[in-house]
Design a protein around this ligand. Structure first.
Ligand SMILES: [Zn+2]
Length: 411
């Protein structure tokens, strides 16, 4: 995005405050923030990786005295050490302001009743949704996750109008409400959905079955938490609150900015954070900046829906392949079901790509022509031609957790 003079001065101030903490004092040793005079200068600074933050465990990121820290949050450490982010009262207030702005962008007001199903605790989900609701003046119903019976009872008895949930949990509730024939007893109008990538098919089902409008919320624990951006009523990307942070979209391989509008990894620098400012933090989330102004008239810039994680992306014959683009491409071809698997191998010094997909079509002729269609679409849209192989429904391996769809056998 464009770097205004105001942003540049915010960035310089943020670098100075970050350097009061042990982690950035070491990392930026010898750098004088006053020497950063342009976007190009700023882009010379090293990126901050999640691994770096783990090394700062427990409180190496803390950039203010203990007397100013009012709480910590922690990002889920599935592997190794967790990341601890200290917050000052101002950080908590700033987060609430951003989150309330998200609700307003979604047309939610102080007369709404907001049922919050994301978890409460060390991580930032539930408490962020709550802070925002309270700041807005709406009625927060702090349920936390699980206990579907009780969720549905509270939803009907309290006449909740807004559901905050992950996409998976929203779908589960939708199915349960449908199964119990309670569709007419619920008063939900809107859903604020966050924290995982979800496809159009899933979105359509949740929206239809609950009869609600859906909004995608963005955020991550390292940068306040959820609530740093949200989609508007036009549903074409998410607006980001760039008065609180500066973002870049980089090529995850080279670390250089991508041309405007192209997909890459979003990198965030906080402008106002006190407890743990972050400079050029690699989120690993893949998205693109949408350069055109939004029809809603909001001055805040937009990014596309999160297209996956840069850790999930693979490069074949010099072309980057994102799981979300493959989902999108296959879901547009009639006869191809949602399950697929890509295998990448190296033979005779060349990369090869095999794409197995499931189809209900049975005759060899039909399958053969579907394989040709898939190969041609891939060549047109992604720039690589795979060998497509049709399989019957249920023939590809299933997983209870996240299904591995791209298998890279080159290493
Ligand atoms: Zn908009």
């Amino acid at each position: 995005m464009e770097m205004t003079a105001e942003m540049l001065s915010g960035i310089k101030a943020s670098i100075s405050s970050a350097m009061k903490g042990g982690f950035y004092r070491k990392r930026f040793a010898g750098i004088d923030p006053e020497d950063i005079r342009s976007r190009a200068d700023f882009e010379q600074l090293p990126l901050t990786e999640k691994e770096d933050l783990r090394e700062a465990y427990p409180l190496g990121l803390q950039a203010v005295g203990d007397e100013r820290v009012v709480r910590i949050h922690s990002s889920s450490g599935t592997t190794g050490k967790a990341v601890i982010i200290p917050y000052t009262q101002k950080d908590v207030d700033d987060w609430a302001v951003q989150f309330a702005r998200c609700y307003r962008m979604a047309g939610i007001t102080d007369t709404d009743r907001i049922q919050i199903t994301p978890g409460y605790g060390l991580w930032t989900a539930g408490i962020g949704f709550q802070l925002g609701a309270e700041r807005l003046g709406a009625m927060a119903i702090p349920m936390g996750p699980g206990n579907t019976d009780r969720q549905i009872q509270m939803m009907t008895d309290l006449r909740a109008t807004v559901l905050c949930a992950t996409a998976s949990y929203a779908l589960l509730l939708a199915e349960e409400i449908e199964r119990r024939g309670l569709r007419d007893s619920i008063c939900l109008k809107k859903g604020v959905i966050g924290s995982e990538r979800w496809g159009e098919k899933m979105r359509g089902r949740i929206s239809r079955e609950l009869g609600i409008e859906l909004y995608d919320i963005y955020g991550l624990t390292e940068i306040y938490g959820p609530g740093i951006g949200i989609s508007c009523e036009h549903g074409c990307g998410m607006h980001l609150w760039t008065d609180y942070f500066y973002f870049e979209i980089i090529n995850p391989d080279t670390g250089r900015p991508v041309p405007a509008g192209e997909t890459g990894e979003i990198v965030i620098t906080t402008l106002r954070k006190e407890g743990a400012p972050l400079i050029r933090y690699r989120t690993r989330d893949l998205t693109r900046e949408i350069p055109a102004p939004c029809p809603c008239g909001s001055p805040y810039p937009r990014i596309g829906m999160i297209a996956g994680r840069s850790d999930d992306m693979v490069k074949v014959k010099g072309v980057m392949i994102y799981p979300s683009r493959v989902d999108e491409l296959l879901s547009a071809i009639p006869g191809v079901s949602s399950e697929y698997r890509i295998e990448i191998a190296r033979a005779g010094g060349r990369d090869t790509m095999t794409l197995c997909f499931e189809t209900p079509l049975g005759s060899p002729g039909e399958r053969g022509s579907l394989e040709k269609t898939v190969e041609a679409r891939f060549r047109e849209r992604i720039g690589v031609t795979p060998r497509a192989v049709a399989a019957g429904m249920g023939e590809l391996p299933r997983s209870e957790k996240k299904t591995a769809r791209i298998i890279d056998k080159r290493e």
